[in-house]
Design a binder for this molecule. Structure first.
Ligand SMILES: Cc1cc2nc3c(=O)[nH]c(=O)nc-3n(C[C@H](O)[C@H](O)[C@H](O)COP(=O)(O)OP(=O)(O)OC[C@H]3O[C@@H](n4cnc5c(N)ncnc54)[C@H](O)[C@@H]3O)c2cc1C
Length: 550
């Protein structure tokens, strides 16, 4: 099959506007007769459901969690990018576009990325209007911080809980539509297959996870917003439910995949602590704004630290190797994620890893605490402040910025990161690959759309942070609601889609047979055996594969 990206003609900067001016529209009265299924209620699915319902379509939303607000998006910590240039530091739509294309190793679809940069500013306005409590500066204006791989501050954030706050915004917008009857919410439902009738996606087969019942649901179009699949790697920062069941099912029905091995490795995760662990915890990238990454310069110090005979705080400045600042002076600790990850692995492979497993480097806030402390002492007119005063003043600033992340670290590692450097190590974090989509976000199956982390994303081999939330919300609030109309305009005379067709019958039968196969205990042992074999293959090879793919 020849892939057609359907990117509109014309100059890059005019494509989206021209496209919107010329696509087919569905009038409000006709929208009332059109049903859309959205699988997933994270930031992508939640924002899409709310917006499509607000436009007048009848939306059926599905999620396997007990509530839309439990979607994995809730875990996002650091922030969301937008080209607002509030800092006056030279940002622009073009620069966000350029940084994202460069950060995607020039593998991005440029028209999509330009559109993403264009609508990024609208996302912030939309979320502020919903009441999302973004951090504000002293003057009350929205604050920004920096993420790796860029030279401007364009990341909007809500402490270390940006995903949670954005999701509450999308969830409120959804709830308004649930109350109006425009969204029918199916919590605790897992999509097990998509139903294709005459080449068009016309519905899904879902399992009610409370009763176990298999259900048929029909619609004029189906949107997959099922998130990433980082858990194909043994230890990742993803929720254990972030798997690829929905993506795999649509693939089996004809939707192509693109770059499935493009996986982003995040440099600042809490290192593995033992053999019996199911996932890893992320320490937000925002910490690299103020934390300095280092390992000891001398191998004897590494051994002494591993044996507990030496504390990292006892090493003087000239005994430390701030290897990112040494190797990349322009970006320093804020190099892109893949560069920081590879550099940490290189140091650990060379024997400089600092915890018992040899897989950890330090992320140190001592300099930041001192720098902020001295600045605060000046602001408060404290002459000749003592070291203790400087520490307390500086710590208060660091706490205000990253308090919940420090708390989380202390709970997990049982060390106080204000007093001793954090230990971090790279881990699988975000899947850039996924279901292939065209400019309209439609897959290779007519009427089947894919948005958010589940699609192969606009970003190419994206190494940048704070891009995923931007893409999910751009897709859901500002792109899909337009592009799906172009397809649905041809569906206004179709009428209700029946679930009594042979296609629904066959899909339901196939799902039931598959479930019976897995429930049958003779097969079960074989399945477990194969999965654990794959898990161990992935463990050994994931890092190498992903770094090469980046
Ligand atoms: C720890 C962590 C921190 C992060 N921090 C940031 C950050 O600071 N900035 C940033 O830009 N990005 C960040 N990311 C990435 C970002 O959070 C995700 O890419 C994004 O939230 C994905 O949103 P989504 O809507 O596509 O999917 P998700 O939020 O994963 O939602 C998936 C939805 O699909 C549903 N679903 C899946 N399969 C099925 C099925 N078979 N049937 C029914 N429902 C199904 C689920 O129930 C869920 O509702 C972070 C990721 C992690 C892991």
């Amino acid at each position: 099959m020849a892939l057609d990206s359907k990117v509109p003609q014309g100059p890059l900067k005019d494509k989206w506007t021209d496209y919107k001016n010329h696509i087919n529209l569905v009038n409000p009265a006709n929208k009332r007769h059109i049903d859309v299924i959205v699988v997933g209620t994270g930031l992508a699915g939640g924002s899409a459901s709310a917006t499509l319902a607000e436009l007048g379509y009848n939306v059926k939303s599905f999620a396997y969690q007990d509530s839309p607000r439990r979607a994995h998006s809730i875990a996002a910590q650091g922030g969301i990018n937008a080209a607002k240039n509030y800092q006056g530091d030279g940002d622009s739509t073009y620069r966000l576009f350029y940084d994202t294309v460069k950060g995607g190793d020039y593998r991005s679809r440029e028209a999509n990325v330009y559109r993403l940069a264009e609508v990024s500013a609208n996302i912030i306005d939309q979320c502020v209007a919903q009441g999302v409590p973004f951090a504000r500066d002293y003057g009350g204006l929205l604050d920004n911080r920096s993420f790796g791989g860029v030279l401007v501050s364009r990341t909007f954030y809500a402490k270390g809980q940006t995903g949670q706050q954005l999701l509450l915004g999308a969830y409120s917008a959804m709830n308004r539509q649930i109350a109006r009857g425009k969204i029918e919410m199916f919590n605790r439902h897992e999509m097990l297959d998509v139903v294709v009738v005459d080449g068009k996606a016309r519905g899904i087969i879902a399992r009610n996870l409370v009763t176990g019942e298999i259900e048929r649901h029909s619609a004029h179009a189906v949107v997959i917003a099922s998130g990433g699949y980082g858990n194909v790697y043994f230890l990742s920062t993803n929720a254990m439910g972030s798997n690829v069941t929905a993506g795999w099912k649509v693939h089996k029905k004809g939707a192509y995949f693109a770059n499935p091995c493009y996986t982003q490795i995040h440099p600042t995760c809490i290192p593995r602590s033992g053999d019996y662990q199911s996932k890893l915890t992320l320490m937000s990238e925002s910490l690299r704004n103020d934390g300095r990454i280092w390992v000891p310069k001398n191998l004897e110090d590494v051994t002494a630290i591993r044996e507990g005979k030496l504390k990292p705080t006892q090493l003087t400045e000239d005994q430390r190797d701030y290897y990112l600042e040494r190797r990349y002076p322009a970006f320093g600790n804020l190099v892109p994620r893949d560069v920081a990850s590879r550099a940490a692995k290189e140091r650990c492979d060379a024997g400089y890893g600092v915890n018992a497993t040899g897989e950890a480097v330090y992320l140190d806030f001592k300099s930041a605490i001192e720098r902020y402390g001295k600045e605060q002492a000046k602001l408060k007119n404290i002459n000749n402040p003592t070291d203790k005063e400087i520490y307390n003043l500086g710590k208060a600033i660091v706490e205000a910025k990253y308090g919940n992340l420090f708390q989380m670290y202390e709970k997990i590692v049982d060390e106080n990161p204000y007093e001793t450097p954090m230990m971090i190590y790279p881990a699988t974090h975000y899947t850039m690959g996924g279901v292939w989509v065209d400019y309209n976000l439609m897959t290779t199956v007519d009427g089947l759309y894919c948005i958010g982390e589940a699609n192969f994303s606009d970003h190419g081999a994206n190494r940048l942070g704070a891009s995923a939330l931007m893409q999910g919300l751009a897709d859901g609030y500002f792109v899909l609601p337009y592009t799906i109309g172009d397809y649905l305009a041809a569906e206004i005379r179709t009428g209700k889609i029946t679930t009594d067709s042979k296609e629904f019958e066959e899909a339901e039968t196939a799902v039931k047979e598959r479930l019976n196969f897995f429930i049958n205990k003779n097969h079960w042992n074989r399945v477990c055996c194969v999965s654990s074999m794959w898990a161990s293959v992935w463990v050994h090879h994931c890092f190498t594969i992903s770094v090469i793919c980046n």
